[in-house]
Design a protein around this ligand. Sequence first.
Ligand code: FAD
Length: 500
Amino acid sequence: MKKVVIIGAGISGMTAGIYLQKAGFETEIYEKNAVPGGQCTGWKREGYMIDNCIHWLTGTKEGSGLNALWKEVGALGDGVEVYEKEKFFSAELDGETLTLWRDKDRTRKELLALSPEDEAEINQLMDMVASAESMQVPVEKPFDKMSISDYIKMGMSMAEMGKVMKLYGGMDIKELAERFKHPLIKRAIVDYMPPGYQAYAFVVSYATVTAGNGDIPQKGSLAMALRMAKRYQDLGGKLYLNAPVEKVIINGKKAEGIVLASKGEIEEDLQKRTVKADYVICASDANHTFTKLLDKKYMPKDLCKLFKERKAYPVMTAFQVAFAVEGKLDELKETNIFSCKPLTVGTVEADRMSVCNYSYEPSFAPEGNTILQTMFTQNEDDYEYWMELVKDKEAYQQKKEELSKEIESRLVERFPQIAGKVRILDVWTPVTYHRYCNSFHGAYMGFIVTKNAKNKTVAGKIKGLSNVFIASQWLMGPGGLPTAASMGKFAAQRIVDAKR
Ligand SMILES: Cc1cc2nc3c(=O)[nH]c(=O)nc-3n(C[C@H](O)[C@H](O)[C@H](O)COP(=O)(O)OP(=O)(O)OC[C@H]3O[C@@H](n4cnc5c(N)ncnc54)[C@H](O)[C@@H]3O)c2cc1C
């Protein structure tokens, strides 16, 4: 039986492992952390669950290829309930609120009532949201293995998306916002996604929710990752945790296996262990893969370009705080964005704040209580700021404390009913993302493809190495769970095909 070693038990690595086990390979996954899931994770604090990934899982609607993939890997199906999101998000400004509802007719009606003078733009936007519901994530085979007829079939199934691209292609969200007159509509469009994102990304994301294809699996992100790990192990896969890989061993044009790390959080009997393999899949962060595990010379050209052109393909990260609130806060549901007294987070002056109420998942808070999370988007300069600051551990802790208190006071200002009932559970920064997943510039999604940049999908193979493959969200912007899973499946397919 051919043996495959997979580096990283994120969504990509576990998907690859599951498909390979099913195809009759012997596989082992080595994961640096104590739990599988990578960026798709959550953790407990004082009886609360801090869910730190799924705001929407594309592919929850029955019938698509992606939905079938999620079921195959145990993310969905087998009685897993799905929470049907009520909305994409709400935004407030100067006493008015705008909500992008799951029900797009309701949104259209409310937007028209809010700003009759934007009628033409509102109708156009909502028509495009309807068209974007046809968007599918291709999961059958890698792009470089698709035939002309595959492309024609894909194009036909997404014909409606053509209208969206025709109208909004080459426009970024800021430009989309500028087409509207009403200040709240302008603001809401740029509130949710960081600058640089293209207008169609906003439309497609919202359409995922209106199509009922972007809901949240019961018990959230960590539970989904653990279901996938269980599916992998039930199929005979071996999952090693606390097992950071140091290097892929190369001999000529082939990998012979991997070497595990000698220090850090690694069990003594695993230290420096060499694991031989017929194939290696690097399902770790792509920058880490080609700077630490493999020589940089192996990085595919397209990937080099993406990492090099920091303006055209930026990445984002975040500063986040979780709060426990005694009692319920039913007037606040899911994600809401509101104005706040300005504060500096990293290098950014923020005057808007996003808060998510996780009340949709009862298991996240002790009965009768609430968990809220605030998120401030951070850019690559902010990442540098935090990485510099963390060199002085005390100063870093102090800044985290200071900022989280400032955020708490703004939260209470907006929701005075929680005064005296709120406390900080945890605070995490771009440094946390970097430390936890070795992630490039603290990013937890892949590259943002800005409006003048070419969208590049990187094939997960490596020139000069015949038995090493890449499986990662970094292969296709802007990353995310569906990309991670599909790239994991494609890496497995390449190995199955290579053996034929
Ligand atoms: C706050 C937040 C919100 C998000 N919201 C959404 C959302 O709503 N919808 C969505 O689709 N996506 C969302 N995402 C993004 C999603 O989590 C990622 O796209 C996805 O999990 C990436 O999977 P991956 O397998 O490609 O990479 P990773 O998750 O980074 O997995 C790589 C794994 O490799 C391990 N590793 C790294 N180096 C080594 C080494 N040397 N040895 C061993 N192991 C190693 C890491 O620890 C990690 O477990 C969100 C992420 C975050 C953090």
